[in-house]
Write a protein that binds this ligand. Structure first.
Ligand SMILES: Cc1ncc(COP(=O)(O)O)c(C=O)c1O
Length: 414
């Protein structure tokens, strides 16, 4: 057995998270695509079957109350909260990340300008304070997953802002008293680069603007610390490292100090202070509920709730430590096995700049990934030439990392 294989086995034996793997439905495949769709936690099918057969099939409409359907968005939000470093009452689950980016960004511009409608502030009419209309710029991460950029442009049109796309490192120098809000990704979806959330948030605050973070590629992979670092608003999906399932609902974090003035651009009946009052006038609910819109997607939401059970007793610090050890080890195996010059790592070597994935630039990456998948190693391909390998510490082993690198070398050799 090669030295690296032996080392993988001994790292797996010492791994404090190793028992978690049994809580997932996995097979012989090396699954390195949890940064796109997390694996299925083993308790989810039974729970979803109960939701369908008993809660829906037998209790029917009574389940909105008796099975806790109505309050699921806030209840499950409070389960996501500790994973992103938020105290309870600030996270609500629902809608897609794209929709939550819209709510967060328009809400952030309104907050930065001091524009609050009467309905949102709880005042009878008019409301409003002293709008700071001088703030007419939204800065958006130019390297972002495209949906955030599309939504940011629309949010800019609707709020009368200009849009400035910039790489995160260029943001501090570009900030000015005209900046209203900045939308950034905690980790780059292509390269896996981790951005400096505390430093960038502080820079945004220094000019009186608000920071909105997309946590899709970090929640469940590393400590985020939204409360500790003063993040204003944040969004993220739950189908990657949180294993909520295909299309599981996203979440919206609104910092407690902003909640009373958070003026959602999508005020639906379920974010009304009295949803069953059926009032013609909107009056916003208090707290995280203000981020809701319409009827929650209960089947997906309760699948997510069951999926979150795997986090019981898990420390996010331990997850981060294993994630870094896994990506370090994978990079070492790639260097040892893959002939020089065939791949180039786009993922930063420095731990402080690395998320939980490794991105390798490789000629013919699309075909290479197809053969890797045929050989039982599942990652993904991002055009034009990037192989992505996501490392989910709850179920990926060091033996998986070694095998993936070995199969990659064989594939490139073939
Ligand atoms: C950083 C980032 N933001 C947003 C999305 C898309 O979100 P949704 O499809 O839930 O709207 C993704 C999807 O992978 C993503 O990686």
């Amino acid at each position: 057995m090669s030295d690296l294989r032996q080392e993988a086995n001994s790292l797996d034996r010492e791994d404090e998270l190793r028992a978690k793997r049994k809580e997932f439905v996995l097979d012989d495949t090396v699954y390195l695509d949890g940064n796109s769709l997390g694996a299925l936690p083993a308790n989810v099918p039974g729970r979803v079957a109960d939701v369908i057969a008993r809660q829906w099939g037998e209790l029917r409409i009574r389940s909105w109350d008796e099975s806790g359907w109505w309050t699921a968005p806030e209840r499950i939000g409070d389960r996501v909260a500790p994973l992103i470093g938020a105290a309870p009452g600030q996270v609500v689950v629902g809608d897609s990340t794209s929709v939550n980016v819209f709510k967060a960004l328009v809400g952030a511009v309104r907050l930065a300008r001091g524009e609050v409608s009467g309905a949102a502030s709880g005042e009878v009419v008019g409301g409003g304070g002293h709008p700071d209309e001088g703030r007419d710029e939204i800065i958006v991460d130019a390297t972002t997953f495209p949906t955030d950029g599309y939504i940011a442009r629309s949010a800019a049109r609707l709020t009368g802002c200009r849009i400035t796309p910039l790489a995160p490192a260029e943001v501090p120098a570009a900030l000015s008293p005209r900046t209203a809000a900045v939308l950034l990704n905690h980790a780059d979806y292509r390269t896996g680069r981790l951005h400096d959330l505390p430093g960038l948030t502080a820079a945004v605050h220094a000019v009186g603007a608000l920071a909105v973070w997309d946590l899709c590629h970090t929640a469940g992979a590393l400590p985020v610390g939204v409360d500790a670092h003063g993040v204003d608003l944040a969004v993220g999906c739950t189908y990657k490292y949180l294993n909520g399932g295909p299309g599981s609902p996203a979440y919206l974090y609104v910092r407690e100090e902003h909640q009373a003035r958070f003026d959602s651009p999508l005020p639906g009946w379920t974010s009304h202070a009295e949803p069953f009052g059926m009032h013609p006038e909107f009056e916003a609910a208090r707290g995280a509920t203000r981020g809701r819109v319409g009827t929650p997607d209960i089947l997906s939401m309760l699948a997510l709730e069951a999926a979150l059970d795997v986090w019981d007793g898990v420390s996010v610090d331990a997850v981060r430590a294993k994630s870094l050890a896994l990506t370090d080890f994978f990079l070492r195996c790639v260097e040892a096995y893959v002939p020089e010059g065939r791949v180039e790592s786009l993922t930063p070597g420095a731990h402080a700049e690395r998320g939980s994935q490794v991105a390798l630039r490789c000629e013919g990456a699309g075909d290479v990934m197809k053969s890797l998948i045929e050989r039982g190693v599942v990652g993904d391909f991002r055009p034009p030439d990037v192989l992505r390998f996501g490392f989910t510490p709850l179920y990926v082993s060091f033996a998986d990392a070694e095998r993936a690198a070995r199969v990659l070398a064989e594939t490139l050799d073939a």
